[in-house]
Design a protein around this ligand. Structure first.
Ligand code: SAM
Length: 298
């Protein structure tokens, strides 16, 4: 069972490894949109089933997996439950984990992965990607305050009430990461014995980081362009120059990452573009970009 399997990325990859072996696979998710995409991928593969867990309004919770899977399947139990990049989103974590425990065979295994878990062994320059949103806000605030090109947004900064609403939206979308021990404790409490915990640092290119962040422009910098939900009128459409400000020298920004995080130490300060050197000290302390002179990506 791929719990929170979304569009089915993991099962798609697994299928490339198992070829035509007859393994039953189930994707469970709370998003009809994602499951619709999954359906397109898997409609011709009888080994793959999909189940939507719905929000139960009266009980103010999502359905549990045993409420959407047939009793005979529950009785047989699942060999394995996998959750990738989703556990940090579960509002009712304890109940969700207990539903996994009910669905699992006695010898079954659970595999959990998330890029949004605090790793106490992370190096000082390793970042959780979602946490760069606070730094982006700091830097944008600094630019708007100091750079005449963005002066038209200064009034947005002075509107404390509106700003607070935007930041509240941001904080609902980008949840503060919890430490790995929190999840270990919750898994144990649900009757799942934790056998192994591993962590890895993943190099993320700033281009990838930028692409990822672009999808979240509204919670990220909605105070600049506006948001229909908060301002009661559609977001202002405007052509922005994307990519990094150019200087005389072509630049690549690369970043060290802890499963989706960014950023390392500056290696070539002398050649840094002017905007970069003019970051306020607080932002600079928080966002250190490793700059490597390169052959042309900017
Ligand atoms: C970042 S996506 C990851 C999707 C997929 N596992 C992957 O790695 O591509 C998070 C997924 O968790 C689902 N999700 C969010 N909250 C959930 C919840 N409380 N219970 C189950 N699934 C949830 C979302 O619908 C989404 O498909």
């Amino acid at each position: 069972m791929d719990y929170s399997g979304g569009t089915g990325i993991l099962i798609n990859r697994l299928r490339l490894r198992i070829f035509d072996r007859q393994v039953g696979m189930l994707i469970v998710d709370s998003s009809p949109k994602f499951l619709r995409v999954a359906l397109e991928h898997f409609r011709d593969d009888p080994r793959v089933a999909l189940r939507l867990i719905r929000w139960l309004k009266d009980r103010r919770r999502l359905q549990y997996v045993d409420e959407v899977v047939e009793p005979e399947v529950m009785e047989r139990g699942f060999d394995a439950i996998v959750s990738t990049n989703a556990i940090h989103l579960y509002g009712d974590l304890a109940d969700t984990l207990r539903s996994w425990e009910r669905a699992l065979k006695p010898s079954g295994l659970v595999f959990v992965n998330s890029g949004n878990i605090r790793n106490p062994q992370a190096g000082p320059n390793e970042w959780i990607l979602d946490e760069t949103v606070y730094v982006i806000h700091e830097i944008a605030t600094g630019l708007v305050r100091t750079d005449p090109r963005y002066s038209e947004y200064r009034s947005a900064l002075d509107d404390g009430e509106r700003m607070a609403k935007h930041l509240a939206v941001r904080d609902r979308v980008f949840l503060a990461p919890r430490p790995v021990q929190f999840y270990v404790d919750e898994l144990n409490r649900a009757g799942l014995l934790v056998e192994e915990v591993t962590q890895s640092t993943i190099e993320a290119n700033v281009d990838d980081w930028f692409e990822f962040m672009k999808a979240y422009h509204e919670p990220l910098l909605g105070w600049i362009g506006g948001s229909a939900k908060i301002d009661g009128r559609p977001r202002r459409k405007r052509r922005w120059q994307t990519g990094w400000p150019s200087s005389g020298t072509p630049w690549t920004f690369s970043s060290g990452a802890e499963r989706s995080s960014a950023v390392a130490g500056r290696t070539s300060a002398a050649a840094a573009p002017r905007w970069f050197n003019s970051l306020p000290p607080r932002a600079w302390g928080a966002l250190k970009l490793e700059c490597i002179q390169s052959g042309g990506r900017g």
